[in-house]
Design a protein around this ligand. Structure first.
Ligand SMILES: Cc1cc2nc3c(=O)[nH]c(=O)nc-3n(C[C@H](O)[C@H](O)[C@H](O)COP(=O)(O)OP(=O)(O)OC[C@H]3O[C@@H](n4cnc5c(N)ncnc54)[C@H](O)[C@@H]3O)c2cc1C
Length: 610
């Protein structure tokens, strides 16, 4: 199934540049910077690079992990190894780069507890993810702007910040299959304006996908261009966060941090293998620094201007709570002195789930890499420049989006229809991620397996993050609460049926081999499908909104529209936890886009102080 892993030899081929000059903080020694950022992940490194562009300001990044290129072989560098990080039941699978978190037993998943991968490395979860890149819809940004009372979150106002962080390389038509072409985005320079993060397409398009493209066309899906201009409803090859020539993984480390290192600045210093333990405050509730630990030694990094938490959707709320900001009752349970009673800290967690519909197919997929001759050929191709190899594909390279169509919609209850109507008209209800990553494990079986990963993208269920102890040394309690809302359950059932209809349609028949592999022929009634869903769905790793952005009079808001923590001074949260909502699809784009936007706010604040 999806979670089986590739264990194929491929020499390490990292392209990182660890920097020259004084780019690293001296561990175990108190120091003072203008800004102290906890978390060198997706958002944290983007913020660090931007804040350090003016060399008169100093920035420290505190990161619990190290360089994944050194500490985890080539697993994060080669895109096709990405399923390696998706283990659901072995939290120890990637101990050098993953926190190894496990959820509480989930009622919506027949009480399964699942490993929830989160990056513990420079680059954070951008070093573990599948790097599908899509932005939200115009309507989703409108809703975000309304929640936070700030029109700067409308599509036309926010788009320049998404663009600022990214650059676009169109597919290489010499190398990519002719039937895997992608239309040039309209106004491409307004969507991507030369920032450090490469957005592109693998030079190897998965062959199963070209069949699905035809199937979506036969069902009338609009042939959309970029998924980056505020419109999603339709189908297309998905852009990836990917180095265009080498087809190696792009992360916030290979983009933002390497850009900062390459500039030779010494005003940005990284503390690796260092844990942020607690935010320290001066008497007027002003964040004054962070107590950190490297090895077994605790010391203090003081912040002249601001502390920024970029520790991600699980640990930003945890860090706030252990530092005295959170629901007073939870803090009291752990004898934490309340600095600001913010009941929203750790609440309101949004996430997406994945449900797989799979067939064996008559074309290559990741399962073909079980053929060692083929694998060796593909390894050679990956090492050529430019690379053109299945190893340069993350395994899911096409997306379809739709609102649940009529015949299926009529099976929804009126309360489900009403709840779904709360989402904007352009917000899809279902995403189909088209993947070829299943490994059958059957001796001599080298066929690819094609999967519709069915992803309901209008989740109503909300999870929460609370404390196990008052220490950052212990993991938080992670309770995603997936599929506990009846609307989510109803939509998931209908979405799976719809996915099965498309994947088994007449257009697909020439490429399908045999009966459905999963859920399988024995799963037909609604009860059987629901049971399949509960026993098999897994997270899409999109946890967000646990320090939700909102207006100051919103008691459940944690940060304001500039990321400033409400109730204290000089402290911001900048990462996926600060989202006001989880836009449809994949959050890495918005994580970078928000980091760019809020960094610009911080820089503007500096100017107003002069
Ligand atoms: C397996 C997987 C697949 C995914 N696939 C996709 C996809 O295809 N497309 C997409 O858009 N999104 C995807 N995502 C989600 C996306 O990667 C995340 O939403 C995004 O990277 C979150 O960024 P962040 O900055 O909020 O957190 P992170 O990138 O996780 O960064 C948090 C950082 O803080 C560090 N940290 C935490 N606590 C401390 C502490 N106390 N002290 C010091 N450091 C600390 C962590 O080590 C980490 O480096 C996926 C995620 C995973 C895990």
């Amino acid at each position: 199934m999806y979670l089986n892993t590739l264990h194929l030899g491929l020499a390490a081929s990292a392209s990182f540049f660890p920097g020259a000059g004084n780019s690293f903080g001296r561990p175990n020694q108190n120091a003072t910077y203008d800004y102290v950022i906890v978390g060198g992940g997706t958002a944290g490194l983007a913020v660090a690079m931007r804040l350090a562009e003016d060399s008169s300001y100093t920035v420290a990044v505190v990161e619990a992990g190290g360089f994944y290129q050194i500490e985890n072989d080539n697993q994060s560098v080669v895109p096709a190894y990405n399923p390696e990080f998706a283990s659901l039941y072995d939290p120890t699978a990637n101990p050098t780069v993953d926190w190894g978190f496990v959820t509480t037993p989930q009622p919506g998943a027949n009480n399964r507890s699942l490993h929830y991968a989160r990056g513990k490395t420079l680059g954070g979860s951008s070093a573990l993810n599948a790097n599908i890149y899509n932005r939200g819809t115009r309507g989703s940004y409108h809703q975000w702007a309304e929640i936070v009372g700030d029109d700067s979150y409308l599509l036309e106002n926010w788009l320049p910040y998404y663009a600022k962080g990214t650059n676009y390389t169109p597919p290489n038509t010499d190398l990519r299959a002719a039937n895997a072409s992608v239309p040039t985005p309209v106004n491409v320079s307004s969507l991507y304006s030369g920032g450090p993060v490469h957005i592109s397409y693998s030079n190897y398009a998965l062959p199963f996908t070209s069949w699905v493209k035809l199937a979506f066309e036969s069902f009338g899906f609009q042939n959309v261009s970029s998924f980056s201009d505020g419109w999603l409803l339709g189908a297309q090859y998905a852009p990836s966060v990917l180095r265009p020539d080498s087809n190696q993984r792009e992360t916030s480390e290979t983009s933002y941090l390497e850009a900062a290192f390459a500039s030779g600045r010494s005003n940005l210093q990284v503390y690796t293998h260092t844990l942020g333990l607690q935010i320290l405050f001066s008497e007027n509730k002003t964040a004054a620094g962070v107590k950190v630990r490297t090895g077994t030694t605790d010391y203090v990094l003081s912040a002249r201007k601001e502390v920024i938490s970029s520790a991600g959707a699980f640990q930003s709320p945890q860090l706030l709570m252990v530092s005295g900001i959170g629901p007073a009752d939870i803090l009291a349970q752990h004898n934490i002195t309340v600095l600001a009673d913010r009941p929203g800290v750790g609440q309101n967690m949004w996430d997406h789930i994945d449900i797989e519909v799979t067939y064996k197919v008559g074309v290559d997929g990741f399962n073909t890499l079980a053929n060692l001759t083929y694998a060796a050929q593909q390894a050679d191709l990956f090492h050529s420049e430019p690379a053109s190899s299945i190893y340069g594909n993350y395994g899911a390279d096409f997306i379809g989006w739709e609102k649940l169509p009529g015949p299926y919609r009529s099976n929804l209850s009126s309360s489900a229809v009403n709840e779904l109507a709360e989402f904007p008209a352009d917000w899809p209800e279902i995403e189909y991620e088209i993947a070829s990553v299943v490994m059958s494990g059957i001796e001599g079986d080298y066929n690819g397996y094609g999967t519709f990963v069915v992803v309901p993208v209008t989740p109503i269920s909300r999870g929460n993050i609370t404390l196990q102890t008052s220490s950052m040394l212990d993991p938080p309690i992670i309770n995603p609460n997936w599929l506990t809302s009846e609307t989510d359950q109803e939509l998931a059932l209908q979405a799976v049926k719809r996915g099965r209809e498309i994947i088994s349609s007449s257009t697909m028949q020439p490429v399908l081999i045999g009966a459905e592999y999963a859920p399988g022929q024995t799963v037909q009634t609604d009860d059987e499908i629901n049971e399949y869903i509960r026993n098999n769905f897994f997270m899409n790793w999109h946890a967000a909104c646990t320090c939700r952005m909102g207006q100051e009079n919103d008691t459940m808001a944690v940060v304001d529209s500039k990321g400033r923590v409400i109730g204290v001074n000089s402290l911001r949260v900048i990462d996926a936890s600060a989202f006001a909502l989880l836009p449809p699809g994949h959050p890495v784009s918005t994580t970078y886009g928000l980091a760019e936007k809020l960094s610009a706010d911080i820089i503007a604040d500096r100017r107003s102080e002069i």
